[in-house]
Ligand binder design. Structure first.
Ligand SMILES: Cc1cc2nc3c(=O)[nH]c(=O)nc-3n(C[C@H](O)[C@H](O)[C@H](O)COP(=O)(O)OP(=O)(O)OC[C@H]3O[C@@H](n4cnc5c(N)ncnc54)[C@H](O)[C@@H]3O)c2cc1C
Ligand code: SF4
Length: 338
């Protein structure tokens, strides 16, 4: 770990000003990812700009019936907020599937979006890694790649995005509000994270000097028919091998609006409009769900140790859509998959 400066921002404008004067500094919110990365010498910021006391901790209804979540709302507070519990239970369940209670108490909404991959080579500074050191190579391709991506990979990187919360936010069509020296802008959630292509060092389309101020949910929350299924090596305190967020509206036995997003399979939460189109207007049954799964996974590619994820994802999609259709969402207190 290197020496670094520490300063606390007083307000949003102050935080943006501070990062503009030192682009090699980093914001720190809950610190649950950044401090680990600094201890491992993966991240070496010249300074930390503490944003944890900025007034971004509100969860409020918007004028169009949605909800605006401040970037510093802790994951636990968000999961148990009455607006989220009642109107966006898919988001609550995805959050509760992640990490541990203690970590969720510290982890912030903005920090969750920007947590970095759990590829072991990324954390091991003795190994080549294009994401940590551009141009050095990818140790996972040809190495141990059991937890790695099967969709949207590149020759430079096959890492996955590890968040659970982000999978639900992608399915719910959230938006990300950011502020930087050039002012404010809003990004669609599906445009926030990026695929690795030839520059895997860049995880998102956030500019380095921008601050996330809020995440906004639209009015539609699918409170009746939803499920978040997280498949992992052990039932708690483990990242997803594959996770699935599914939500739909049902008219009789027919699917109206449908959402499907996957975690643990790509460099970003994976949504596929063709798979969702294949659900709309169709009967909510196993055949429809299998067709949607096949469409979503049509370009999936396994590496030496992770080919099992393709079949796991297919079966997981069918199960999660079935749970959503039957209004029997996967329990996050009894995590057993039945
Ligand atoms: C042991 C362990 C297990 C975990 N298991 C899971 C799991 O199963 N599922 C899961 O989803 N997550 C899991 N996590 C990850 C956890 O959810 C994240 O570490 C957490 O959400 C990060 O939030 P934070 O506020 O602590 O971010 P920090 O560590 O403070 O920051 C992370 C990054 O975000 C940047 N940042 C933070 N806030 C902002 C902002 N408002 N604007 C711009 N940049 C910002 C920081 O500069 C930094 O680069 C686990 C973590 C640990 C340590
Ligand atoms: S998969 Fe990505 S993060 Fe992992 S070693 Fe390769 S380049 Fe690095």
């Amino acid at each position: 770990m290197i020496n670094f400066q520490y300063a606390r921002a007083n307000d949003v404008a102050d935080a943006v000003r501070m990062i503009a004067t030192d682009p090699t500094a980093k914001f720190i919110a809950g610190g649950t990812n950044l401090i680990d990365l600094m201890k491992e010498d993966v991240e070496r910021p010249s300074g930390l700009i503490d944003i944890s006391r900025l007034p971004l901790k509100g969860v409020e209804e918007t004028s169009d019936g949605g909800v605006r979540i401040g970037a510093l709302v802790p994951n636990s507070d968000l999961a148990w907020h009455p607006l989220i519990e009642q109107r966006y239970p898919l988001l609550r369940n995805a959050i509760l599937a992640g990490a541990s209670q203690q970590l969720r108490n510290m982890a912030s909404t903005g920090g969750n979006l920007l947590q970095r991959t759990r590829c072991a080579y990324f954390y091991d500074i003795a190994t080549p890694c294009n994401k940590r050191e551009p141009g050095s190579g990818c140790s996972a391709i040809g190495g141990i790649n059991r937890i790695h991506a099967i969709l949207g990979t590149s020759e430079s990187c096959i890492a996955t995005h590890p968040s659970d919360m982000c999978v639900a936010l992608a399915a719910l069509d959230a938006k990300v509000h950011v502020t930087g020296p050039a002012g404010e802008r809003v990004l669609a959630f599906t445009d926030f994270h990026r695929l690795p292509d030839s520059s895997p060092q860049t995880d998102t389309n956030l500019h380095p000097n921008e601050l996330i101020t809020a995440v906004e949910l639209p009015a539609k929350g699918f409170p009746a028919n939803y499920s978040y299924l997280k498949i992992r090596d052990r039932l708690s305190y483990a990242f997803a091998l594959v996770s699935i967020a599914a939500a739909m509206e049902l008219e009789g036995g027919t699917i109206g609006e449908a959402r499907l997003a996957l975690g643990g399979v790509a460099h970003k939460p994976w949504r596929d409009s063709a798979a969702e189109s294949a659900l709309r207007g169709q009967p909510a049954n196993q055949t429809t769900f299998e067709q949607a799964a096949d469409i979503l996974l049509r370009d999936a590619r396994g590496y030496e140790h992770n080919t099992f994820k393709i079949d796991l994802a297919r079966r997981g999609i069918v199960r999660t859509l079935t749970q959503a259709a039957q209004a029997t969402p996967q329990s996050q207190s009894d995590k057993k998959i039945r």
